[in-house]
Write a protein that binds this ligand. Sequence first.
Ligand SMILES: Nc1nc2c(ncn2[C@@H]2O[C@H](COP(=O)(O)OP(=O)(O)OP(=O)(O)O)[C@@H](O)[C@H]2O)c(=O)[nH]1
Ligand SMILES: [Mg+2]
Length: 115
Amino acid sequence: MADTAGRLHTKSNLMDELGKVRRVAEKGAGTVTETLLVIDATTGQNGLTQAREFGEVTNVTGVVLTKLDGSAKGGIVFAIETELAIPVKLVGIGETIGDLIDFDPEEFVSALFER
Ligand SMILES: Nc1nc2c(ncn2[C@@H]2O[C@H](COP(=O)(O)OP(=O)(O)OP(=O)(O)O)[C@@H](O)[C@H]2O)c(=O)[nH]1
Ligand SMILES: [Mg+2]
């Protein structure tokens, strides 16, 4: 598992580096089975731009939507799924390892209508 820290979609040198990480990981016997992009639920429209740009360099296979324990609902994932066909795979509902859980679409939609 590789965790790439501190990436900014606006910094082209960091994005090039990320593309290289993926290419190296796929060399020889290497296989990249999943590439997850973490998006904070408080991220608005910029989340779509981030998903598009990261998707271009690394072929993102899923989104991890974090900080759903706050008041933010993370509605940007609808645009990411509709426009880029990248599904949400995991959600974060707190700061401990047990708070990273499988995405449940029905629960997610219900939570959108809770006040
Ligand atoms: N409340 C809450 N806090 C979270 C959640 N996910 C992450 N955090 C907190 O957010 C902070 C930043 O998380 P990191 O995992 O360090 O963020 P990162 O995206 O890896 O950041 P970089 O490595 O700097 O790119 C930490 O204090 C986490 O505990 C979540 O789902 N809910
Ligand atoms: Mg990190």
